[in-house]
Structure formats: C-alpha cells, structure tokens
Write a protein that binds this ligand. Structure first.
Ligand code: PRX
Length: 657
C-alpha cells in the first residue's frame, strides 16, 4: 500500500485478540463506571495508590465547581512513585534509561531514584523549603528534573515547572505569581548538538525586579561558565550529593496541592493551573495502566514530551512512575545528530510503548519512511498521540511505518486542566478509527453542546465539547484566582458543564472528533499559545502601536502564529526605507522570543496600516485568519471600514509573489 492510498479508503482497526488478552483496560470497566460512578473511582483509588490513611468520602461536590476527591485520605505522591516499588522488591528495576543528546547515558533504578529523591528532599529542606512553599523548576530534560519534582512532592512543596524554552520574562512572571522561594535550574542543556545556556535566563528573571526567591539551586549539566551570586546560588552537587539518602515521606492530605503549571488562556496573563495530590495521582496511574497499557515488568515506555508541559508531568513523572514502569528519557531533538535518532533509541532500548505528538509524526512523514525503515522497531506494541488532532493520514502513517502495521494507535485528548487523559480509545477494547479520540474513558463523561447549550448526538454537526461530571485529576482552580476559574470553565454553558474550549463533532458511529480550539488559544506543535499573550508581547515593543495575532493552519505544526501589526508613526517612516521593513520584522520576531520564548515567534508578521474592526471596535480575527491561510475574504459588511481588508489582502499577495 502506498502512502497516498493509505488515506483513500476508510480503515478501522478492530482490537487484536492477542492484545485484548493481555490488556489492562477492559470492556467491563465502562459498564462498571456507568453503574456506580463513585464506586468505580473509589476502587481505582484503592487498587492503584497506597494510602497512609484511607479516604472517608470519594467525592465531595457540594462546593461545585470546587471538587474534593478522596476526602480524609492521606498519601505521599513520591512514596507512591518510588519507595513502594523498592519496598515491593523492585528496587533493581530500571526506572529511567537516560540518554543525553551528546550520547551520554545513565541508568537509574528505582532504588537509585529513591536515594536521589531523598537526598534532594533533604537538601531542599536544608535550604528552608517546607510544606506549602512553592518551588520553581527550570531545567532541561535531565533526570534531575524528575528528581526535583518528586523531592518537592515528598516534602509537600508544590512545584511550578517552567518549560526551559520560556524566556526570562516568562519565568519572572511565573516565579512571582506562584511566589516561589527557590528555583532549581542548570547551567544549561544540550540542544541540536551544542550546549545551550539556562542559568542566564534565571539571573535575568531575578534581576528584573523584586521577587520572592531566596535560593537558586544549579545542576551542572554542560560545564559552561555561569555567573554566580554567592549569597543566593548553590550547586546541586554541593547540596544534594552531600545530603543523607534517608528521608521519611510524610503523608499529605489528598487535597494538598501537588503542583502548579502555567498555561495560556484567552487573556494575556497565563493561568496557574493547580492540581492536588490524591485524585491526580489516582487518575495518572489509572490512565498509564489502561490507556498506555503499561506492564511494568516487561514494557519499556517512552513519552517524548518535555517535562515543562503537562504531558511530561503526567506521563513521564507521575503516571509511569506510580505504576512502576521502566522508561526512556531523552534530552535532545529528533534530528540530532541525525533524523533517525528516535528510531535508533527505540531499537537500542527496545521501547515497547511510544507516546508522542502529531506534529512529530507529520515531521517524520515529511522526512520519509525510509528513515525509520532502517531500524528495528519490532519491540513496539502500542503507539499514543497527544496534544492536537491527529489527521487520519498521519495516524495511518504512524501505525504503518512506526507501528509495523500491527501496533494500535491511541489518540488521547486531554488538557493541562484535566490533568490526565480523558478521551481515548482503549487499545484492547475499541475498534480504532484513525483521526478520532473516539470516546471518554471509563469513569469520564463528555457531551457536545450546540450554541444554545443543548446536548446533541447527530453526526457531523459541530458543537462544543463539555465534561459533564467531575473527575479525580481535574484542576482544583487557578492559583490565586478562584473567580477566574469559575468564569473560564464553568460559566459558558452554566455551572453544570466544564467548557473545555474545544470544538467537536460526532461521526455516524458515535465517535468524538476534536476539531481544535474555539477560543483565542492557538495550538502550535501541540503547544498552547494565546493570541492575547503574543499581541501584548508585540505591543510592548516601542515601535508597535497595535497588533492582532491569529493561528493559521500549517501542514506540519498544526497551526502557526500569524501576526499583523500597526507601527507607531515614527517607526512607519523608518520601515518605509528600503530593506528596513525586513529588519523590523526580524526584530519583532526576536522580541516575541525574548518576551515569551522561541516557540511563540510568529511565522509571519505583516505590517499594516489598519486592522479590520467591527463598528464596536473589535478586531475581526476571522478575516485575518482567512488572509493568513490564503482564502478569499467572505462577508465584510460588519466592518467599520471595508476597504481595510482589500489593502491587507493586496499586501499579503504582494509578499507571496
Ligand atoms: O485543543 C486541545 C488540544 O490541546 C489542548 C490542551 O492543551 P494543553 O493544556 O497544552 O495540553 C496538551 C497535552 C494534553 C486541548 O484543549 N489537544 C490535546 N490533545 C488533543 C487535542 N486536540 C485534539 N486531539 C487530541 N488528542
């Protein structure tokens, strides 16, 4: 079958009976959860997590939309992810096979991990970190990131991991919002064959103004020179290596915060989504088991996400470690030193479960299947997808060329807010429909609503995805802003429905198809970016008067950032000089990278004299999206000045000539 013909027919894939026979997820689970929702989740909690004190009530929804799960229960997340596996006699099992980008490797068993986490917990305590203090973690993909997160969890100090690709400014905002007293970082990491620095961003973030930071712990990863503040900075190897490797894990309340993770919303200010301990850990362990089908004795699992995103939190740290999995952790990019690097790693470590994003799959498609074909990928038995809709072509390619025409592909829909997987097929149960996340997993309830907020089940009608019942790993709020939590998620369709912000439809078989965001949030390579955040970054540049940003569809990255800016008067004249406009666009792109991070750099910036606005002054992003995607503009009668669009469209076609 050629790649082109892969997508011509409608293929579905029933479960392979051999897979079903060994699968953790079963058809009975759907029935059990439907019959007794709370009983089902109580059972998951007892089966999958070790409690120091059992819970008295499974769910308290009396303060909706603020949920309490496993009321009265006490547990320690780090104990659950590490110590109990050692106590069960599995201390010699590899927890993490680490592969650095330059090819350096480390093998960390559960017993090693226990020692490392205990030392780090002792070190953090010696620096004054106690229960309830937040710790910012700004690290590359190295094992210390996992150790640092678990050490915080052990102490009961919520971690706030900031993706290493975010700028000093973004780090500063997050440190201040979470009031982090300690930052854990490194001198740098390896990226595309060279060391890249991280500590200077921390220094800049802390130099930018008042902040609550007392100590900065620095991991030595690359050995590059770093500026040093003797009163503030300490080396990880000085404080952690010297600490005792014994640390008693105290139980925490099921509802004690476990972490804060910032994500983009519809306004310029990122939201600190926070998760608590019990419910989050239960659903992380449950989904690692039933969706990823992890069999800890035999599988080698690999989630390619960065620890700075929720996927890294739930499916590198808490889920796989709670179930006692052996996993691969890789520092670098897929094309360093060559485009077969991932496949080489799968062959080397005999990876059996791979969890990645559609944007990666589409990139590999572009590079050609002859690259993965050179490697032995026969160890793989399940493939997962996350972060954005996976188009059927990419799904089929993934199954065929990576999964050897035998591995099931599970497309998993969820969000930072949901904490863990919500909608996904179960590989041993569901007949797979390429391109669709299919249906809520057992214990989860979703519907699609129309504009009036009425649920419907007709096929091919587009509506809004909502979740209709609370779930254990649901966000407990937005850090420091309970009102914004209610408003953002529980008001669009009334207090009964959690509004996810995604469009969705059913097909004729009742499968759910996710159709992307319906708000001003973009999804670029599976990363969430807000149009408002990039717009405010652009207008913070002295030459910019006004900016509008839209997500334009992009073959590889799903969406790409397209910006339209109006310059201030003095800058207009400058930009009219020959060649200046090009430099200015470059300057603005770099400015966005500095304000937010390189991932937010617009793919295109168009300098315009006006933006299309309604008579009430609202920017009509829909029209800009049409322009950025090269479509003819439709109805412009609601515009205050309809000639604006002609000018913009002319400018756009002049550029592409
Ligand atoms: O639009 C949906 C998309 O990613 C958003 C959540 O982004 P974030 O909080 O960064 O979490 C990403 C990793 C879980 C969702 O609102 N999304 C995520 N997974 C899928 C998806 N869209 C379609 N299909 C998916 N499988």
């Amino acid at each position: 079958m050629s790649d082109a013909s892969l997508s011509q027919e409608h293929h579905t894939f029933p479960p392979d009976p051999a897979f079903t026979a060994q699968a953790n997820g079963t058809a009975q689970m759907y029935a059990a959860a439907d019959a007794d929702f709370e009983g089902f989740w109580a059972q998951q909690a007892r089966d999958r997590v070790s409690w120091a004190t059992g819970f008295e009530q499974t769910l308290d929804w009396s303060g909706a939309p603020f949920a309490k799960w496993y009321v009265g229960g006490r547990l320690n997340a780090a104990y659950n992810c590490v110590d109990r596996h050692v106590e069960a006699g599995n201390g010699d099992r590899v927890a993490i096979h680490f592969e650095g980008e330059p090819g350096d490797t480390r093998t960390i068993t559960y017993a090693d991990l226990q020692r490392e986490v205990c030392k780090a917990a002792n070190a953090l305590e010696s620096l004054g970190v106690g229960k309830g203090d937040t710790v910012a973690i700004y690290l590359p993909m190295i094992p210390e990131a996992v150790v640092a997160m678990l050490a915080c969890a052990r102490i009961g100090a919520p971690h706030s991991v900031v993706f290493g690709g975010f700028s000093a400014d973004a780090l500063n905002t997050r440190i201040n919002d979470a009031k982090s007293r300690v930052v854990i970082t490194s001198d740098g990491g390896y990226r595309r064959g060279a060391p890249s620095a991280l500590k200077p961003a921390v220094d800049a973030a802390l130099a930018a103004g008042e902040n609550p930071v007392e100590k900065v712990v620095v991991v030595r990863r690359t050995g590059q020179d770093v500026a040093w503040d003797d009163t503030r900075d300490v080396w990880w190897h000085d404080v952690v290596d010297r600490a005792s490797d014994e640390h008693e894990a105290q139980p925490h309340d099921a509802e004690d915060p476990l972490f804060i993770l910032y994500t983009s919303g519809t306004t310029g200010k990122p939201k600190g989504i926070f998760h608590t301990t019990g419910g989050y850990l239960v659903q992380a362990a449950y989904t690692s088991s039933v969706v990823h089908d992890v069999h800890p004795e035999t599988d080698v699992y690999w989630c390619t996400a960065d620890i700075g995103w929720v996927t890294g939190h739930s499916y590198i740290v808490y889920g796989p470690l709670a179930v006692g999995a052996t996993q691969l952790m890789y520092e670098g990019t897929p094309d360093t030193p060559h485009r077969g690097r991932w496949w080489e790693l799968i062959e080397k470590y005999k990876v059996s479960i791979l969890y990645t994003a559609p944007t990666a799959v589409r990139t590999f498609m572009k590079w050609g299947h002859d690259i993965p074909e050179k490697f032995d990928l026969s160890s793989l038995r399940l493939l997962g997808s996350v972060g954005e809709p996976i188009n059927p072509e990419a799904w089929l390619w993934y199954r065929k060329w990576i999964g050897g025409d035998r591995c099931p592909v599970v497309d998993t829909w969820w969000q930072t807010e949901t904490g863990t997987i919500m909608i996904s097929p179960l590989a041993g149960v569901t007949t797979l429909e390429p391109g669709s996340a299919q249906r809520p997993i057992p214990g989860i309830a979703a519907e699609i609503l129309d504009d009036e907020g009425q649920p419907f089940t007709e096929a091919d009608k587009v509506g809004y995805l909502v979740l209709t019942k609370p779930w254990p790993s649901m966000l407990r709020g937005i850090w420091g802003d309970p009102e914004r939590y209610k408003e953002t998620y529980w008001s669009r369709f009334g207090p009964k429905y959690y509004f996810a912000g995604d469009g969705a439809k059913y097909d004729a078989d009742g499968n759910i198809w996710l159709l992307g965001r319906v708000d001003d949030v973009m999804n670029v390579s599976g990363h969430r970016l807000s149009t408002a955040e990039i717009e405010s970054a652009l207008v913070s540049h002295p030459k910019v008067a006004e900016a509008a940003v839209v997500g334009a569809s992009d073959e590889t990255t799903g969406q790409a950032v397209a910006a339209f800016v109006i310059l201030r008067q003095d800058a207009v004249q400058e930009a009219d000089e020959p060649g200046e406009g090009v430099d200015l666009v470059k300057e603005l792109r770099n400015h966005v990278a500095k304000e937010i991070g390189p991932i937010a750099k617009p793919r295109s910036i168009m300098i315009v004299s006006e933006l299309p606005k309604t008579r009430s002054g609202k920017i009509m992003r829909r029209l800009l999206k049409d322009v950025a995607e090269g479509r003819d503009i439709g109805d412009v009668t609601t515009l205050a000045d309809s000639s604006v669009m002609n000018l913009i469209q002319e400018g756009m076609s002049a550029r592409s000539e």
